[in-house]
Design a protein around this ligand. Sequence first.
Ligand code: BGC
Length: 478
Amino acid sequence: MSTTDTGDAADGRNPFVYVVAALAALNGLLFGFDTGVISGAMLYIRDTFELTALFGYAIDPSYVEGIVVSGAMVGAIVGAALGGRLADRLGRRRLILVGAVVFFVGSLIMAVAPTVEVLIVGRILDGVGIGFASVVGPLYISEISPPKIRGSLVSLNQLTITSGILIAYLVNYAFASGGEWRWMLGLGMVPAVVLFVGMVFMPESPRWLYEQGREKDAREVLARTRVESRVGDELREIEETVRTESGTLRDLFQPWVRPMLIVGVGLAAFQQVTGINTVIYYAPTILESTGFADTASILATVGIGVVNVAMTVVAILLIDRTGRRPLLLSGLAGMTVMLGVLGVAFYVPGLSGLVGWIATGSLMLYVAFFAIGLGPVFWLLIAEIYPMQVRGTAMGTVTVVNWAANLLVSLTFLRLVDVFGQSGTFWLYGGLSFLALVFCYQLVPETKGRSLEEIEADLRETAFGSETGRPDAVKSDD
Ligand code: BGC
């Protein structure tokens, strides 16, 4: 059931759609910047505030630091939980605007925070904005994109996540000598403003508009973002899908949606429990233990950021040609091997010289394999595999799992290293990568080149074996 059209016109490729997608992809920048900046800022926050008490209660400084760092993730869990429903209710575009404002206010509060308590409030708020952004960014782009380039356009969001991380590393570096952590955190306001102002001028998702009964508006958006010849066809496809559904929260647990819920939840958890953020957060510490000096390990960390961005670009170029599955499966296979090698390298006593280089090389390759597979493909697939009327809710649910797993991994990493050593910890992540490979091989569908409506019809067909893929039995009764 693939789209057989070829060529730009048949794809409905209108240059304006690139502008819309690039702007919406700034959602990823908020998220990436925050991920990368906090470890650098934390070094100096320690010098500004007494971290020995919270709200007058004595508390261990390492816990206070943990709360400052993970506050954003807790906020993101809340934001993602609310964001899915809000995207269905308010619309995709309006939620992006709300998210940018929340993120802006959070960053402002952090930049001027007079006490650590206020700083924590700012971080949680920032996190809520990130939670909204992480759901609605990919969702909006997938709904506004023509099928043939949807993979690349949605993956722009992953490109901005990785660029945000890299920019944050550089900002940390630039402000490090003065210890200006307020500037580091406050700079997050810049992309939030650009995103807000830009989105004011962007159209709403045509699919959401249609679902709201605003057919004329949906047609207008398609006319702005497609070549003329595609508008009618695409509108008809959307119409078919919307007409055959009743769309309640219960649809998320319908027998034909459930397999994709399992796929989404599995991918969300695997994207985190295979350890990527331990590298993003702890790269300098890991690298120092391979014998690098302080400054060299910071530089090597920037190198990791560059590899992450560069390989995401490669993924963007490939994803609509090779498809999602080949990238995902080869990426996971590579991650598994690299984690195995890393474990061996750290097992050798006195990690230095050649072994140190092998460790650094495999760390970089591990990031490269993540960046070409699980990184972008997770966010893309969850924006593609859910039926229109529960898409927001489903993406919100799956994104909550992603942030919760992220939090779990960051809270447990150092403890795992204590208990199992660095080798044991890398092998654990490697084992989980292997499991992820088997999971994806068995369960993840290919979505390349098909419209969101075709993917939805396929799902029904697989579940019900119906020729049309749209059996009446699928309608829920309320
Ligand atoms: C993940 C983040 C991670 C980033 C690294 C994203 O896809 O969701 O948790 O920090 O990739 O590039």
